[in-house]
Every structure is written in C-alpha cells, then in structure tokens.
Design a protein. Structure first.
Length: 264
C-alpha cells in the first residue's frame, strides 16, 4: 500500500523549496503527496520578494479536508510563518493526533530572508511536543534554544540533548570538509556522515530532506532507517544538482535524479 504523506508549508514558485520541493521529494521516494499551503511566497533562486500568509481559517480548512477523508501516514511541516498559523497547526495536530510528524522549523531562507516572524518563536517552541522529529539546521537549533550556534560535533550533541524532542540536527553549517548530521532520540545518538558536495545549487535541501524522512517513516521504516535513506537521497540530489539549469542564483537540488538524467 502506498503511504499518504501530507506536507504543510509555504510555496516556492520556482519549484526548488517549500511545497513544490516536498511534493517532488515525497513522490520520488514512493509516497503519495498531499499538501496544505500556509503561505504563497514569491521567491526565486536569488531570494524572497514577497510573502502572502493565508488566513488561519483557510489553513485549518485544508487540514480538516485532508484528515476527514484520507488516511495520513505521516506529516511533514515546513514554513508556518506566523504565531497564528503555528497555533492553528498545533490545534489541528492535537485534534487528529497523527503518529508520525516531522517538523522542519523553517525560520530563515538560505538566501538569508526571514521566513518566520520573530514573535512566533515561542509558539514554535510550544509546537515541539506535538511532533515526532524536528530537523533544524544549526542556526535554527540555536534560535530554538536561545543560544549561540554550535561550532563542532560536541556542541551539536549538547544542543540536540537540550532540545528535549527527537532531533535530526543538520551539520551543513559547520566550517569543515564533511557535512555530518546527528539523530538524537531519548539520550541515544547516531551520526550520519557524508562528504560536502561542491555545488551552489543547494536551494531546498532542508525541505527535501525532511519530506524524504517523513515519506520513509510513513512507509514503515524505523526512524533511524528513514533518516539514513533520506540522507542518501539528498546526497544524490545534491551530486546531480548541477545537471539542472534553473535561475541565476542558488539553484535547486535534482529531486528526480534517480529517474532520468538532464543533459549537461
């Protein structure tokens, strides 16, 4: 049976991140993708130009439409954008209680543009107990904790423990040749290793990874296996990213690299 995976996030009209990236990643990894849109974002490979948040009642109506009709095997949450929408999603999770929820706590776009209102941070912290895994990068983990950004593996391990929720902490911001990620669950931890891929086309990596984790988890894999498979998938998407020619700035990863090749 094909797993039904719901993504709750904002859009990216050039297709590299957000809902569009999630749908690609879910589909590429064998899930059936469904979506709830929280915001319409005018962005491209060079940055974010404008954001229009949807009314909370429309966000909730979309969530209710899905859960009232469809079996949801896993949920991925991305850009929420405001305290009101975070609280709306929190209420919906409390009502429907999906068992497998992956939260990518999107706060800042790779371009540096803020995607989460500063006053929504406390609401985001209250959302954490309702999810099964969070996938912050190092700046996002630091924001959630109110601390300085981790600079090495020891600091990553310490911060993951202080987040008090199962965490897949992404080490891509470390200033080193490799790019280690850390899975921390109930005091146990596991490192996922990979070399750093030399490409400027890394737009949407966080969205892609979290959607892939949710997909494999929803398909029935244990969480550590789902993380390993998603990491392998993302590494391949980065390795093939330069085969795409999308935009003049930081282009997207190649979500469907396993299915077809694009001419150089």
């Amino acid at each position: 049976m094909i797993a039904n995976i719901l993504t709750i996030a904002g859009t990216d009209c050039t297709g590299g991140a957000g809902i569009q990236a999630d749908i690609k990643a879910i589909s590429a990894n064998g899930g059936y993708a469904m979506s709830v849109i929280t915001a319409v974002v005018a962005q491209n490979t060079q940055g974010v130009q404008q954001i229009q948040m949807l009314p909370t009642q429309m966000v909730r109506a979309q969530i209710d439409s899905v859960f009232s009709d469809v079996r949801v095997d896993a949920v991925k949450i991305g850009m929420l954008g405001s305290a009101d929408i975070i609280n709306c999603v929190s209420d919906a999770l409390a009502k429907y209680q999906p068992k497998k929820v992956v939260l990518d706590p999107v706060m800042v776009a790779k371009s540096g543009d803020r995607l989460l209102d500063a006053d929504a941070l406390s609401a985001m912290r209250k959302l954490l107990p309702l999810v099964g895994l969070i996938t912050p990068n190092l700046p996002e983990a630091a924001d959630l904790l109110g601390e300085e950004e981790a600079k090495d593996r020891n600091e990553m391990l310490a911060q993951a423990g202080r987040l008090s929720v199962p965490t897949f902490l992404k080490g891509g911001h470390l200033q080193q040749d490799d790019s280690p990620d850390l899975l921390y669950v109930d005091g146990a931890h596991q490192w996922f290793e990979s070399v750093r891929i030399n490409t400027k086309n890394s737009h949407g990596t966080g969205c892609t990874l979290s959607a892939a984790i949710a997909t494999y988890w929803g398909r029935g894999d244990d969480l550590d296996v789902a993380c390993a498979k998603a990491k392998t998938y993302l590494t391949g998407a980065l390795q093939h990213a330069d085969k795409l020619d999308v935009g003049q700035g930081q282009g997207p990863v190649h979500h469907f690299h396993e299915f077809y090749s694009v001419s150089e």
